[in-house]
Structures are given as C-alpha cells and as structure tokens.
Write a protein of this length. Structure first.
Length: 340
C-alpha cells in the first residue's frame, strides 16, 4: 500500500485531498495545527497535530517511508487577510519556515519519493494583471517578478527553493500554481474566507430584498476552479514527470459583480441589492489562468461548470448557517473582512 503525507490536512484543500487519496487506496497521514473543521478527523489513517514551523515536528512525522508528500500548509486567507498588509510578516515568516523545514528534512533523509508544493496565482506580476479581460497568465509570465502581495513573494521564493533542492539534492518536486480553488467544507466566515464563500454567506444570511456588500467596484475579474477538478489536476501532476510550476485553475474569467449575481440567482432570492464599499483590498484588476501547458503536459482541463460548483458551495454554506439559525435573517450583511 502506498503511503502519503498531507501537510495542511486540517485545511480546505488538504482535507479534501486526504479523502481523495484514501479513495485511491493510499495509507494517509495528515498533519496540521488543527483538525479539519468540517469533516471527520478519522478520514486520515493517522492525524498528527503539530507545528510545521518546528523542525522536530518534521522528525516526528517522517518516521516512516512515504511515497508521496503534499505540502499545502501555509499561513493564508482570502483578500481580507492577504491584502490589508497587517499580516505580511506572519505570512512570510510562517510559510517560509514551513517550506524551509520541509526541504531540509527531506534532503537530510535523502527522500526518494515525490513532494508536491502548492504555489499560487499570486506569484504573477501585478503589471500583467491590470486588464479586466486578462487573456490568461502563462507560466513564464511570472518573470520579471513583481507579485502584488507578500504572500505571492513567499510563494515565488518557495517555488524557487523547491526547484533548487531538486537541482542540488535530487528532490523529486511537483509544483502547482493554484488559481482560486473553491468548494464546500472550507472557511466561510471570520475574515479568512475567499470571495465565493463570503458572497454565499452574505446571500444566505440576507432576507429577500436585502443588501450584500462587495469590496471595490466589483469589476475586478478572476477565474475559479472547483475543488474536485483541482484534486484531479494535482494527482495528474504527481503522476507526471513535470517538475516546473504549472497552472491548476480555470480559464473562465468572471467579474466579482457577475459572480455575486450568479450566487444570488442560485439562492432563488429575487431582489438582493449589491452595495460597493472601500477599495483597499481589491488585489489585481484582472486575473485568469492559461491552461495550455496543463492540457499538453497533464492532459488535464476542468470539467465542473462554475454554476454547478457554486450551487454546491451555496447549498453547503446555507446548511451550515441554517443549523446556527442564521439564514434569511438580516436586512443587510457586511463583508466581514478583518480590515482596519
Ligand atoms: P487553508 O488555510 O484552508 O489550509 C492551510 C492549512 O495549513 C490550515 O489548516 C492551517 O492550519 C495549516 N497550517 C498553517 N500553518 C501551519 C503550521 N505552522 N503547521 C501546521 N499546519 C499549518 O488553505 P487552502 O485553501 O486549503 O490552501 C492550501 C494551500 O494551497 C496553501 O498553501 C495555499 O497557499 C495554496 N493555495 C490555495 C488557493 C485557494 O484558492 N484555496 C489558491 C492558491 C494557493
């Protein structure tokens, strides 16, 4: 039986990945600061609560031979967490330490399996994302580097470190640049949630005829990839021989206003108003993924439509709030980002 280690298994993508690997027949150990919030902790064969910034944690979790390691742990959140500037030092320090320790521990053990690193579309330079009709960011567009957040800079540094350990220590790396992964069983409140979950929460909580809030003018564009497609892409990448960064995202671009209207339509509420507030946390103006390389190298392309994925997310968020007695209660909801 093949063995996999999932770092960040208490998080959104990590716990979905644990489930996916179990279905594929792996023995799986998860590790995280916390257990998954929305799924049973015993989905993994073994779950270690540990801080991956500590090198001792790596010694503990690498006490058995793994065929595959998935490094997803990071100090991260949505725009409200990443773009205020208030969390920059923690984001860079915590995530870099995790990746530094990971690679040092693997090189020291002469690790012969494969290691997956989850990078991000945030590595791409701001100057290539000023057009809301962005035709799609190609992998080579990452340079000359100019990410618009410290989160993106840390991802770019870590990508390069994984590649350096590949060259100098023979570590067998796979690197995906995720573009806005969404789906059920992820953070939907508290300030770290991403735009899709945030809008679903607001729409579910507001009464028909009420108002939700969007950050900025809502004309900024993004593309969104459903979690099931993401996991298939990750597995195809792991099974490939490709060691350079590759986009795992969607090439269907949509403005945040259009996304909000789609979620309102899904909710069956007839008359929800959209109020635009602030401008501080907009991020780049237009971001989209070019999937040519993923198609060529992995034979992978998303299969779940945005509508179907958002319907699944909305229904799940609605059910979560319903059990707390919070649906259809408010005249007006607020974004709830941790902005100062
Ligand atoms: P998430 O925040 O839900 O999961 C990350 C997990 O890492 C959390 O459970 C957190 O507790 C854990 N973690 C943080 N610091 C840790 C530490 N010191 N020790 C142990 N565990 C620690 O995020 P996610 O959405 O599941 O993202 C997974 C990975 O994919 C991250 O590296 C993220 O940067 C990357 N990514 C995600 C997206 C997206 O749209 N979700 C987009 C681009 C990149």
């Amino acid at each position: 039986m093949k063995k996999a280690l999932v770092c960040g298994a208490g998080g959104f993508i990590g716990h979905h990945l644990v489930r996916f690997l179990k279905k594929e027949g792996f023995w799986v150990r998860g590790v995280d600061l916390k257990y998954p919030e929305f799924s049973p902790r015993d989905e993994a064969d073994d779950f270690v609560i540990g801080d991956l910034r500590e090198i001792d944690t790596w010694s503990k979790i690498l006490d058995t031979d793994f065929d595959e390691i998935y490094q997803l742990a990071a100090d991260m959140g949505g725009a409200g967490f990443v773009f205020t500037g208030d969390n920059d030092a923690d984001i860079m320090h915590n995530s870099a330490l995790i990746n530094l320790n990971c690679l040092y521990a693997l090189a020291k053990r002469n690790f012969k399996g494969k290691v997956f690193y989850s990078s991000s579309a945030c590595v791409y330079p701001e100057y290539r994302q000023t057009d809301p009709n962005n035709p799609g960011l190609k992998e080579e567009d990452a340079y000359p580097a100019a990410p618009d957040s410290e989160y993106g800079w840390e991802k770019l540094f870590s990508e390069r470190m994984y590649l350096a350990f590949h060259r100098n220590y023979g570590i067998n790396v796979r690197i995906a640049r995720f573009h806005n992964i969404f789906g059920q069983e992820g953070t939907y409140e508290g300030g770290r949630e991403k735009a899709p979950a945030n809008i679903c929460r607001q729409v579910a909580m507001v009464i028909d005829g009420g108002t939700i809030q969007l950050q900025g003018d809502g004309e900024q564009t993004r593309s969104f990839l459903y979690i099931d497609d993401c996991l298939v892409g990750v597995r195809k990448l792991m099974n490939s021989n490709y060691t350079y960064p590759i986009n795992i995202g969607s090439d269907r671009i949509i403005s945040i206003n259009e996304l909000a209207r789609l979620i309102i339509k899904i909710s069956n509420k007839q008359n929800i108003q959209i109020e635009h507030v602030g401008s501080k946390q907009l991020g780049v103006r237009g971001r989209n993924a070019d999937l040519k390389l993923a198609k060529e190298v992995l034979g992978w392309y998303p299969t779940v439509s945005l509508e179907e994925g958002m319907r699944n997310l909305y229904q799940w968020v609605y059910e979560q709030l319903k059990t707390k007695g919070l649906v259809d209660k408010l005249q007006k909801t607020e974004i709830g980002f941790r902005a100062k």
